[in-house]
Design a protein around this ligand. Structure first.
Ligand code: ADP
Ligand code: MG
Length: 496
């Protein structure tokens, strides 16, 4: 990998991102064809997708709902009066010869997305979120002589989320796309899978001298297919543009593409300022007006989002910010955590403590995450119910089982027997710690008699011998002595 170069102090990088998200509807934006990924080429292509003469598009209500969900999550204003326009251009993957898109009336306007980087917290303003249909796909590697076309994707509903030129570094862009991916997944409107192209990003990049009020001429890097590549492309472009300015050259507005192998970009076309797409309202689709209750119904169904959950975890459960961040990375994990907290409260409503919340976080970020990593699985695949983890936490909390035994032997056994009762299993396998003083004391007395010489040395000041006594008690009790209790009793006896 090329060494990362930093931007010279005197320059500022300015980035605006356009993110396309494929909506997880059942069917296409204007017809009933499936949008499922990975089907045989040209099997989801009715005459409407192929734009045969005489066909008529019909709007997908779910797509509108999903776009509004995203708008609400990003604090946008929702436009009540909408229409679709035709954006005319010729391209082989565009069967109609125009794309149906929202032109001057994006369904969501303004708004912002909160990001966090090492440089601190910022709110990136959005320009708009609009609805449009996707194009088909050109396949250049199927046939050595020809380009093949797969129209399955044509007509898939997209939202395009466009920022103001507010992003100031590659790291901020990285954080922003990560945040967008998290949001669309929480909202269940897009799977956020960048490798399969469900989330795609174009980066508009310019540089200027710090303090200059005017924006520099931008280049647009198209179709970045991973969050890491967004960052790499911006890092490369910033250096290239600064290099051009430093050597006195003028920057021309350009569309470029990213070569992920080399980590560089190359030009694909010079962009004139006014592309003439001959926009006009699509005469086959009537304008659509949204009423307040339609929007409010959607608003009330938006789940608690990461930002809100992080707040609760930090203030109510007193978790460290790091734990709160990681737990909310995926909605399913956050949901699991919340169910776990609920189970803990159900198990012992009076004894619940801040320590229990931290223990819940530790179990998920420790043993459960390790299990997921090892199996390359997600929390939905995890065999144990939150209440099983809650009983493990309780066993540890009450001193019946040590954390190390609970998180290894008992946990592993439960994974194989997910419906078993944790405490019962601990008893059957003799994993319950001995914390009954009347049982522990005789064992400890025996050890102190056995090591009478060492006890004398201890009393003369060789305090390090304590661990020898503890170890011996553990051995005599076949690992079942509660180490904390053992320590306490030993100290009492030795210091007498
Ligand atoms: P277009 O429709 O030609 O792509 P827009 O004006 O809609 O152009 O802008 C697209 C994106 O480019 C937006 O995210 C915007 O913030 C960003 N942008 C515009 N000008 C600049 C600039 N000079 N430097 C960086 N980003 C910019
Ligand atoms: Mg653009």
């Amino acid at each position: 990998m090329r060494p990362q170069m930093s931007v010279p102090e005197t320059y500022e990088v300015v980035v605006g991102l356009e993110v396309h998200a494929q909506l997880q509807t059942f069917s296409k934006l204007f017809c009933g064809d499936s949008i499922a990924f990975g089907a045989e080429p040209n099997t989801h292509v009715s005459p409407i997708t192929l734009a045969h003469p005489g066909t008529l598009p019909k709007m997908n209500r779910k797509a509108i709902e999903y776009a509004i969900r995203m708008g609400i999550a990003c604090h946008c204003g929702i436009e009540k009066q909408n229409y679709f326009a035709r954006k005319n251009y010729f391209y082989p993957d565009l069967p109609k010869g125009y794309q149906i898109s929202q032109h001057t009336t994006p369904i969501c306007k303004g708004g912002s997305v909160r990001i966090k980087t090492a440089a601190g917290e910022r709110h990136i303003r959005l320009n708009r979120i609009h609805l449009e249909e996707d194009a088909g796909k050109s396949l250049h590697d199927l046939d050595p002589e020809n380009t093949s076309i797969d129209y399955n994707r044509a007509g898939t509903p997209l939202i395009e989320i466009v920022t103001e030129p507010d992003i100031r570094s590659a790291d901020e862009a990285f954080a922003y796309v990560g945040e967008i991916r998290k949001l669309v997944r929480y909202l269940e409107i897009c799977d956020g899978n960048m490798e399969e192209g469900s989330l795609r990003c174009d980066a508009n990049i310019s540089v200027r001298k710090k303090g200059d009020p005017v924006l520099g001429t931008r280049v647009e890097v198209k179709n970045l297919n991973s969050i890491r590549n967004v960052k790499r492309a911006i890092e490369f472009e910033a250096q290239r543009l600064i290099g051009l300015l430093e050597s006195g050259e003028t920057i021309v507005q350009q569309t470029r593409s990213f070569d992920a192998d080399k980590g560089t970009t190359f030009p694909i076309r010079d962009k004139e300022d006014a592309d003439d797409y001959r926009y006009f309202a699509d005469p086959d689709l009537t304008p659509f007006n949204l009423d307040e209750s339609f929007i409010e119904n959607i608003r009330s169904a938006v789940p608690a989002l990461p930002e809100e959950r992080i707040q609760v975890y930090i203030t109510e459960y007193e978790l460290p910010e790091y734990d709160a961040q990681v737990l909310t990375e995926e909605r399913e994990l956050a949901d699991y955590f919340e169910l776990l907290v609920k189970s803990l409260i159900d198990l012992a409503p009076k004894d619940i403590s801040k320590g229990n919340y931290k223990a819940a976080a530790n179990w998920l970020l420790g043993p459960v995450k390790s299990w997921m990593n090892e199996k390359d699985a997600v929390i939905a695949d995890f065999p144990l119910e939150p209440k099983a983890i809650a009983s493990l936490i309780q066993l540890v909390d009450s001193g019946k089982v040590s954390f190390s035994v609970a998180s290894t032997r008992l946990f592993n056994w439960l994974l194989e027997h997910p419906t078993a009762d944790a405490e019962r299993a601990a008893q059957d396998q003799q994993l319950i710690q001995q914390s009954d003083t009347s049982v522990l004391e005789p064992v400890i007395d025996k050890v102190l008699i056995k090591y009478a010489d060492k006890v004398k040395e201890y009393k003369k000041g060789k305090k390090g011998l304590l661990s020898l006594f503890v170890g011996e008690v553990m051995k005599q009790s076949r690992g079942q002595a509660d180490p904390k209790m053992t320590n306490e009793i030993l100290l009492k006896k030795l210091n007498n």
